[in-house]
Design a protein around this ligand. Structure first.
Ligand code: UD1
Ligand code: UDP
Length: 354
């Protein structure tokens, strides 16, 4: 059996790594990198650290408007699929690379498997919401990380080919946490004490592209009487350059870090403050309370469990939530048993033999 895997953005390298490791033991995988992310710290570092095989194709699409970027990917992925004629296409998450991969495949009658299916924010202004909904409705196999995700699909009439497998990010978290132990030197390099700092990430367009919201978030991150470390996504770095922003003394702006350094920073943080989907979940996995810089989240179970609080971009709410953040005694298992990748590959193989 031959599977074409489509990745392109940072979180997709992390999600694909555990699946690829298992898949390659039993089937052929052709890895396609759309080139959506291309800086060393947004792409290459993940292939190196996570031992992801070299992509068979790098489409080099790069940055652009949504229509241009998705269109370029669609054209180029179609060429690959025509040349490779795979038995299936595997896509991850909710980026433009996800939608382009799914669309290119279904138009050629190639079955699509969507990993991280069923996630919903119900915020139609998020580009990801359209990518998720459209990909789910195009896909033949829907691999859900949570029961909530399964329930959302059922509400949309999607019941065939739906599998609750757990979250591949939990697989990656468990597998790499042992290795991340070696990366605690990043704390020393940044003069951070374990449990004595806040880790922040900001990259959603709703925050970075709105100067009022971005200034409010930065003001809040400058307020606590403890260090805050903020690895800057290039989108955010560009927005800050436009504002000629100079951070306050406690706020450390750094380059995006690799996954192992990120895990080390997450696991030792007192609190995590983020608008990232993946980082909200990893905060929970690391047992660190999370303050989410959004009005809604796809990862509602972290909020229900009491480990995550939604504060939007209001500086007073952010400061109050960060100060109050504390771990709880109980932490139910929300994201499976760390074997999502094996379950996904089992289903792919069983389907391929029909
Ligand atoms: C994309 C995804 C988002 C995901 C995020 C993960 C879409 C619509 N959005 O958002 O769901 O959470 O990736 O990080 O697919 N840039 C660089 N170097 C790079 C990559 C990007 O400088 O290697 C800059 C470019 O100016 C680009 C901007 O960042 O225009 C945004 O990149 P893009 O991939 O379009 O969207 P993200 O915000 O990264
Ligand atoms: N991440 C990383 N380095 C960073 C920031 C994030 O390795 O500097 C990892 C993070 O641990 C998580 C993933 O990237 O696994 C989340 O990606 P991102 O926040 O870009 O996207 P989202 O999850 O919001 O789609």
């Amino acid at each position: 059996m031959k599977i074409v895997t489509i990745v392109g953005a940072r979180p997709q390298f992390i999600k694909a790594a555990p699946v690829s490791r298992v898949l390659r033991q039993v089937a052929g995988e052709v890895l396609v990198h759309t080139g959506q992310h291309y800086d060393h710290q947004m792409s290459r570092i993940f292939f190196t650290e996570l031992h992801i095989p070299e992509p068979d194709y790098n489409l080099g699409v790069g940055s652009g408007s949504h229509g241009w970027q998705t269109g370029q990917m669609l054209l180029k992925i179609e060429e690959v699929l025509l040349a490779e004629r795979p038995d299936g296409v595997l896509v991850y998450g909710d980026t433009n690379s996800t939608l382009a991969g799914a669309l290119a495949a279904v138009k050629l009658h190639i079955p699509v498997a969507h990993v991280e299916a069923g996630l919903r924010s119900f915020n139609r202004r998020m580009p990801e919401e359209h990518n998720r909904v459209l990909t789910d409705h195009a896909a033949d196999l829907l691999f859900c990380p949570t029961q909530n995700a399964v329930d959302f699909l059922v509400r949309e009439g999607l019941v065939e080919g739906v599998y609750l497998v757990g979250d591949v990010m939990y697989d990656a978290f468990l597998y790499n946490s042992a290795l991340a132990g070696d990366h605690v030197s990043i704390l020393g390099a940044l003069a951070l004490e374990p449990g004595g700092y806040v880790l922040a990430t900001v990259h959603r367009p709703s925050n970075t592209d709105d100067p009022v919201r971005l200034r409010g978030i930065l003001r809040a991150l400058e307020a606590p009487g403890e260090p805050v470390v903020l690895p800057l996504h290039p989108r955010t770095a560009k927005a800050l350059a436009t504002m000629a922003y100079r951070p306050g003394a406690n706020l450390h702006l750094i380059e995006p870090v690799g996954y192992l350094n990120m895990l080390a920073l997450e696991r030792q943080a007192r609190c995590i403050c983020t608008d990232s989907g993946g980082v909200q979940k990893e905060a929970y996995m690391a047992g660190v309370p999370c303050v989410t810089l959004r009005e809604e989240t796809e990862w509602v179970e972290t909020v229900a469990a009491g480990w995550n609080v939604l504060v939007g971009a209001d500086p007073d709410r952010i400061v109050a939530a960060v100060r109050a953040a504390a771990p709880l005694e109980t932490q139910p298992a929300l994201y499976g048993d760390g074997r999502a990748a094996e379950k996904i590959v089992d289903v792919l193989m069983a389907r391929g033999q029909r």
